[in-house]
Design a protein around this ligand. Sequence first.
Ligand code: NDP
Length: 684
Amino acid sequence: MKLSSYAVGAWHPGLDDGTLVADAVYGQPVALVSSKGLDFAAMVEHARRVGSPNLQRYTFHERAAMLRALAQYLTERKEDFYQLSFKTGTTRRDAWVDIDGGIGTFFSYSSLVRRELPNERFLAEDDPLTLSKQGTFLGRHILVPKEGVAVHINAFNFPVWGMLEKLAPGLIAGVPAIVKPATQTAYLTEAVFRAMIESGILPEGAIQLICGGIGDLFEHLNEQDSVTFTGSAATGRKLKVHPSLVANAVPFNMEADSLNCSILGQSVAPGDEEFELFIKEVANEMTVKAGQKCTAIRRVIVPTDKVEAVAEALSNRLSKVVLGDPSREEVGMGPLVGASQRDDVAAVVAKLREGCEVAFQGSPELLGGDWEKGGFMAPTLLYSPKPWESGAHDLEPFGPVATLMPYKGLDEAIALARRGKGSLVGSIVSYNRQEARTLFFGCATHHGRMLILNRENAQESTGHGSPLPLLVHGGPGRAGAGEELGGVRGIKHYLQRCAVQADPTTLMALSNEYVRGAAVREDVVHPFRKYFEDLEIGESLLTHRRTVTEADIVNFANLTGDYFYAHVDEIGARDSIFGKRVAHGYFLISAAAGLFVSPAPGPVLANYGLEHLRFIEPVGIGDTIQARLTVKSKSAKDPKPGERPTGVVTWAVEIFNQEGKTVALYDILTLVARKPAAYTNPCA
Ligand code: NDP
């Protein structure tokens, strides 16, 4: 099978045979990989001129709908991907992490965006900042999609997840991508990519693929482009300083070798649930994907007096792992990606052994597969009695290998963890919160993520090695100092943040969001009588007034049972910070609703939230309140099949008193009906 690249809207088989890739299990030829003949300049140009405008026509929510449709399309075809994945050496369990994990990232980003981002083409970040005394000069950050291309260079170990986790945030942002998979497993990436193209869901130019080398691609990148890289630190360091990237200040996100650790708490004794959890987690991390995970546990840091028990329990568990052809159900661990990778890892193990003992060496027995031609390697547990002299802090054996090392006291455990000089992830297994706290704060500066595992979360924990779409993936120092995923944070990497300074009304016009102090517009029609489409940002209602009486306060206290002294106790209230009895804050909110609500049935369907509530001035008996209700922002919702189209309208509410002083500020959220014809499905 000769792999093809997908460039400028067409498939291009390499013009020469390129690299012959063998399967990981039997060493049989699988694919020829070459990018010869590709016009890399044209690919970049196509992404900029076609992909970028095509994607940026859509809003965040519409692009999220595309991701969901793609995820559904891939899910229906995933069995084909599983069959191919076996050739890369993965068991079904390993492939689940790669294939379902990758597709799950699309689903997850799709939901996240509809929950957390506006249905816009740009993102107004945080709240506006008042930069002047009179409030006529404000500042805010507005993020817009970059107009370039994101180049994603992926490692061999996650041919599907690696591609999809990088694509998701960039596509949501509206930035097209060029994907370059690692040659060794490019056949699986190509199959998934091909399905995405066949689906016809993404607009032309949104994604392109390079199977093989990237030629002069970097020469054509400029200040609007970005590169994300996962792989070895050596390659990452080399690519990062490519003259073209340096000259154009092209952002380069790097995720590289990481000597992750897991620490067993001092408080944990053999027989405790946490002891078992620790053993299970370490063994799992050593054997899932045959240890070829950037997040796998390489350094097993345990209290000196538990080393023996840990070594014994781990050896017991690892000795039960069945090696062989990963497509067979009985097999627990497949080979590394290929024989040469196995030889590389064996060479690293040989170096590590110079300062270590072998605590456990798995047997070379196989259930299917070819030991010589495939990439098989048995699990290997090393023991480093002098942890400060261990090579395990510097060398990454990218296979089923970990090094056990002792610590005396939490300070030493922390210092050893930090000796990894920056890791993607670390874990602490302890049921003692003080111990977990000490270890966490000692290690946090050197880790991108930390799992604290104990009996209370073990059932539901996603494990040490699993990056999650909503949490950041990346780590300082040796781990590359990059950051991917992390929910909305990941999307922002593809957006340019521009700080805008303007008056409130201009800022409202730019951000599509009402800003306090901006000019409002009033209409004879009550805003609650209008459909979603007819409401304009800044449209406002000034209500009639209401004088607060003692009866209001007493009635509200009786109704709710809230007899707080400041409301009902004349003497207590006189001594309070208010110096008099004041109305309940929640009475004011309720009374304001009574002022602004239009009660008859209409397009406003439900009130489902209140945010950013601040009580500013007290309201006493005899004070008169009035409210202003202003359309702050609008977000159309994607209706589920058969569901009525609606949108969320956020209203800014200001309650003020007879002196014009603001007494309360908050936002309320309502669900408002859309006109039936207004909705079009971007994926239809
Ligand atoms: P590499 O760093 O060699 O490759 C990673 C990616 O970079 C691949 O897509 C590769 O493509 C590409 N690449 C390599 N050289 C260049 C170049 N000059 N220009 C553009 N792209 C390039 O890592 P490997 O996949 O070979 O793995 C080697 C070692 O790296 C592993 O044994 C392991 O130690 C470590 N590694 C760490 C990972 C992590 O996440 N921590 C993940 C994977 C590997 P191609 O395959 O075509 O060369």
